[in-house]
Write a protein that binds this ligand. Structure first.
Ligand SMILES: Nc1nc2c(c(=O)[nH]1)N[C@H]1C(S)=C(S)[C@@H](COP(=O)(O)OP(=O)(O)OC[C@H]3O[C@@H](n4cnc5c(=O)[nH]c(N)nc54)[C@H](O)[C@@H]3O)O[C@H]1N2
Ligand SMILES: Nc1nc2c(c(=O)[nH]1)N[C@H]1C(S)=C(S)[C@@H](COP(=O)(O)OP(=O)(O)OC[C@H]3O[C@@H](n4cnc5c(=O)[nH]c(N)nc54)[C@H](O)[C@@H]3O)O[C@H]1N2
Ligand SMILES: [Mo]
Length: 680
């Protein structure tokens, strides 16, 4: 979403990347990942042609042969065992790339499998689930209006490292500086004193997984300060009194004991939030990938609502993207129309929780997954108990991966279909335009020619769909190529922006700030805002029954500005410098275990284990340890010459597929109880 300027040398080779100063959204911002495109373009490990496995060796084959093979094997599997015998896992990069976001839906319709999984269920499912329950559409998601707010309360997010998530900022540092320069306040609740904490006005430690308690206390305190400010919502509120009544019994002193946040701090933050003319509360991965992710998202919506900050300038408002993601013809969401075969977990929006993928592969019986298609995903490193999933992948009859690398996941495939560089492809950001802090539009044209023997993601997905439709004897309706589809979607979007204007605006268009639009776009059956969804009221009971804090260490995750989930560790520009895979631990916790900084430690969690290096850090809340995810590359057969030199272990060798945010089915990766001792 950040505009980049690419410079070529006299020989026509890509030589330098800078932030595009003329991009009206990112205004010259460039993060290290943008610059690392230089490494991705030159990466000797990057695959260019289809690879077919022959025993333990790989051979390059032609594209026609590859699509025919995929169609024949996956088609055969579905015809013998039924559509659900083919599982699909979709990874994170799909939502960042027009070629995948636009061309996956027809392929999925052809596959007709109920065994669809994605990175969404180790990420933002609680957000989508709560928006579906309250507003009637999973993507009708209010975004913090950071450029106009006076009080920004952030839980479980580290935008200075992540650059803002479901809150796309195009350079967060400048926006946070501006917030403080106009007298606004940034307050952060996080068990680690993060990079964002260091630029905040106040940072408060909170015990992992207890945010729902904090939010209950905060909301009750708001109510003490005055009647809810509801004028904005007219007659659109459903069940607010019921929701507030269910929340009222949670007492502040008990909440303080649970969370480790003193009662007077909760009281003071609530008072500051209430007093600020424009305020917003926002929470991300740390409050989403935990046991009470849905309660957290629901309570944050209610807090913004009760303070009169929902759908308000300087509060939180949904974006109105030029290519709509909500409204007629878009997937609003549904729940529990079917369940996973082994554990009986409900689907959400047509997907099952990825925490159930391994068991669906290894458990025999009708409906067992026997073949798998992965597209831009690395679930072996990204999903709970990746080692168990890895063993399961080895038992599949046939696996196809659309991916640029032979990595921890794709090494189990029988066929890898590698897409060409994104710089050879058209791009329009379908997804993140809907979550950005400004209304904007940009159409990026290819800046490099597509080599004749390479294929873009969109074409690979179309050809796969065609091959599978042919195998099943079904018709196949291809979509037009991106250069025609993008203007067609813009024209059909009804925003008033015409495709010619967009095409002419090389640096993109800024269409203005966020505007109140939520009330007019509600898609609930009642037409109102559903404040008291029964699934969430019921989950308050699960929270109330949670045992009080024990003495166990709690494990949380960590992102770094020079890393991106599991797949950018092969870029020398990013991984150079001090190692970043360490377990961070407070000095007092090290001392209590007789450990020294830089020692090798064994971390265990209910029988699962890993070995890594521990480092002392005063930035950790005592009793909490932090480990980044996405490491653990040193596995046999992985073809990533830089990444495999990094000694880090995979966080998800510890995480537990049974630990879920129950209402949504999202994996609870954060807040695991772990033991740490000297290795060996
Ligand atoms: N413990 C722990 N686990 C986590 C998280 C955490 O915070 N802690 N975060 C979770 C989150 S938020 C997410 S989004 C998931 C991510 O989960 P995944 O999406 O499964 O993992 P990634 O590391 O993003 O893997 C992306 C894959 O896409 C490939 N790829 C890159 N670019 C392209 C492309 O242009 N086309 C194609 N076809 N392939 C490409 C890469 O080689 C890689 O194999 O991880 C989750 N897992
Ligand atoms: N450089 C970089 N940028 C990225 C990514 C990346 O890997 N690298 N990944 C991208 C993706 S896929 C995503 S989804 C976003 C994520 O974007 P963010 O959510 O902003 O990213 P994180 O750095 O994981 O921030 C989560 C924070 O939650 C804290 N935390 C953990 N457990 C708890 C808890 O129980 N309560 C509270 N209050 N806090 C807790 C952690 O200490 C951490 O600081 O980032 C995106 N941007
Ligand atoms: Mo993510």
């Amino acid at each position: 979403m950040c505009g980049l300027e690419f410079q070529f040398d006299e020989a026509g080779r890509l030589a330098r990347i800078r932030g595009d100063a003329q991009d009206p959204f990112s205004r010259g911002h460039l993060c290290p990942k943008g610059n690392a495109i230089l490494d991705l373009e030159d990466d000797p490990d990057r695959l260019k042609r289809p690879l077919r496995r022959r025993g333990s060796a790989w051979e390059e084959i032609g594209w026609d042969e590859a699509f025919a093979l995929a169609g024949e094997r996956l088609g055969d599997l579905q015809s013998r065992h039924g559509a659900d015998a083919l599982g699909v896992y979709l990874g994170n990069p799909n939502v960042h790339h027009f070629g995948s976001a636009a061309y996956l839906p027809p392929l999925l319709r052809t596959l007709r499998t109920r065994n669809l999984f994605s990175a969404s269920s180790v990420d933002q499912w609680p957000h989508q689930f709560v928006c579906w329950l309250m507003y009637g559409h999973q993507l009708l998601l209010p975004i913090p209006d950071v450029d106009r707010t006076d009080f920004f309360l952030v839980l479980g997010a580290n935008p200075v490292a992540s650059n803002g998530s479901l809150f796309t900022t195009g350079g967060i540092a400048r926006r946070l500086e501006a917030l403080r320069a106009r007298g606004g306040r940034l307050v952060l609740l996080d068990p680690r004193r993060t990079e964002t904490a260091k630029v905040a006005d106040e940072h408060v430690f909170i015990r992992p997984g207890t945010d729902a308690w904090f939010l209950l206390g905060f909301l009750n305190e708001l109510r003490r300060l005055g009647p809810p400010r509801l004028a904005r919502y007219g007659d659109r509120l459903r069940g607010l009194d019921e929701a507030l009544a269910a929340i009222a019994p949670f007492e502040l002193e008990a909440i303080a004991a649970r969370t480790g946040v003193p009662a007077e701090v909760i009281r003071r933050l609530a008072a500051q939030f209430w007093a600020a003319p424009r305020a917003c509360i926002y929470g991300r991965i740390g409050v989403s990938t935990q046991k009470f992710g849905s309660l957290c998202q629901w309570l944050m919506q209610l807090i913004n609502l009760v303070a009169g900050q929902l759908d308000a300038e300087g509060g939180v408002l949904p974006n109105e993207p030029v290519i709509p993601v909500t409204g007629p013809g878009t997937p609003a969401g549904h729940h529990d129309k079917w369940r996973s075969r082994v554990r009986g977990l409900p689907e959400f929006a047509g997907e099952l929780p990825v925490a159930a993928l391994a068991e669906e592969i290894v458990t025999p019986g009708p409906g067992q997954i026997r073949g798998l298609l992965t597209v831009a995903g690395n679930p072996v490193l990204s999903t709970p108990d990746g080692s168990a999933l890895e063993r399961a992948l080895g038992s599949l009859e046939f696996m196809v991966s659309v991916d640029i690398y032979l990595n921890e996941t794709t090494r189990h495939a029988d066929l890898i279909l590698p897409p060409a560089s994104a710089l050879t492809q058209h791009h329009y950001d379908l997804v993140f335009s809907a979550f950005a802090v400004r209304r904007l539009a940009r159409w990026n044209r290819p800046i490099l020619p597509l080599p004749p023997d390479q294929r873009g993601d969109w074409e690979i997905l179309q050809r796969l769909g065609q091959a599978l439709a042919t195998a099943a004897g079904k018709p196949w309706q291809p979509l037009p190529p991106p250069e025609s589809l993008i203007p067609a979607l813009v024209a059909a979007g009804g925003s008033g922006l015409d495709a010619e204007t967009l095409a002419a605006a090389e640096h993109g268009l800024d269409l203005g700030p966020l505007r109140p639009s939520l009330l007019g776009r509600l898609q609930t059956a009642s037409g109102g805002i559903e404040c008291a969804p029964p699934l969430l009221l019921a989950d308050l009971q699960r929270l109330a029954q949670e045992p009080p804090p024990d003495g166990e260490l709690r494990l949380i995750g960590r992102r770094h500005v020079r890393s991106n989930n599991s797949w950018m560790h092969n870029a020398p520009r990013l991984v150079k410098g001090a190692p970043r895979h360490h377990l961070l631990m407070h000095p007092a916790d090290l001392a209590a275990r007789g450990l020294a900084s830089e020692e090798e430690v064994e971390v265990t969690c209910a029988g699962r284990r890993l070995v890594t290096t521990v480092q002392a850090s005063d930035d950790m809340m005592p009793g909490v340890v932090s480990l980044p995810h996405g490491f653990g590359h040193a596995r046999p057969g992985v073809r990533l010459q830089t990444a495999t030199q990094i000694p880090g272990a995979s966080y998800n060798d510890l995480s537990d597929p049974a630990a879920l945010d129950v209402p949504s089915g999202n994996a609870a990766l954060s807040g695991l109880a772990v033991q740490v001792r000297r290795a060996g």
